[in-house]
Design a protein around this ligand. Structure first.
Ligand code: E4P
Length: 217
């Protein structure tokens, strides 16, 4: 499963790129607002750091507007993935970008039928939102399982990008359900590596090693 980081914070992206764990970046209008920075400038800066896919979301809600904005965003760099809302207008824009061989991420997906439409429109990625379904007492990971089954039934090539990940558990659920990619906030990525028994075990090994008086180098 690929790991994308879900942030518009360039500092966090730089840190995580240095771990070698990342496969891409996703942003959304809320994350850009949180960064307090100019959207196109941030996308250009991220794309200068990496050739991995970087999702940049349109703000128009009509097909023509999405196409105009998406083409502008796609011109920033070859690795820009145009992020479009899962609406009929967004799906029409998605089909346009498919014809132009521009990558797309169809976002705000909350049902298997919506994901079916995204695949039929030729989306590169579809983003089902696990956390927001859990918020309303539904099982977000069930949606990933359903989409996996449907895409496999028909051989759709659209990649399932599990989004709205809030916890380390969500990452496990997405992996078990067969997501191709998970986009994860920086703080959650860091938590994935943590375990109290790892810390405790390391402390003991270091103490015992010190007692040997040896050095490896
Ligand atoms: C997905 O692409 C979105 O950027 C993001 O995962 C939404 O997460 P949230 O529901 O925690 O805002």
């Amino acid at each position: 499963m690929k790991f994308f980081v879900d942030t518009a914070d360039v500092g966090d992206i730089k840190d995580l790129l240095s771990t070698g764990l990342l496969d891409g970046v996703t942003t959304n209008p809320s994350l850009v607002a949180k960064s307090g920075r100019q959207f196109k400038e941030v996308i250009a800066e991220i794309c200068a750091l990496t050739e991995m896919p970087v999702s940049a979301e349109v703000s128009a809600v009509d097909t023509d507007g999405m196409i105009a904005e998406g083409e502008l965003l796609a011109n920033i760099a070859e690795n820009v993935v145009v992020k479009l809302p899962l609406t009929l207008d967004g799906l029409a824009a998605c089909a346009h970008f498919k014809r132009k061989k521009i990558m797309t991420n169809v976002t705000l997906c909350f049902s298997a039928n919506q994901a079916l439409l995204a695949a039929k429109a030729g989306a590169t990625y579809v983003s089902p939102f696990i956390g927001r379904l859990d918020d309303i007492n539904l099982e977000g990971s069930d949606l990933i399982k359903d989409i996996r089954k449907i895409y496999d039934n028909y051989g759709f090539e659209t990649k399932i990008l599990a989004a709205s990940i809030r916890t380390a558990n969500h990452v496990t659920q997405a992996a078990l359900a067969g997501a191709d990619v998970t986009t994860i906030p920086p703080a959650v990525i860091k938590k994935l590596a943590q375990h109290p028994l790892t810390d405790k075990g390391l402390e003991q090994f270091l103490n015992d090693w010190k007692a040997t008086g040896q050095s490896i180098l």
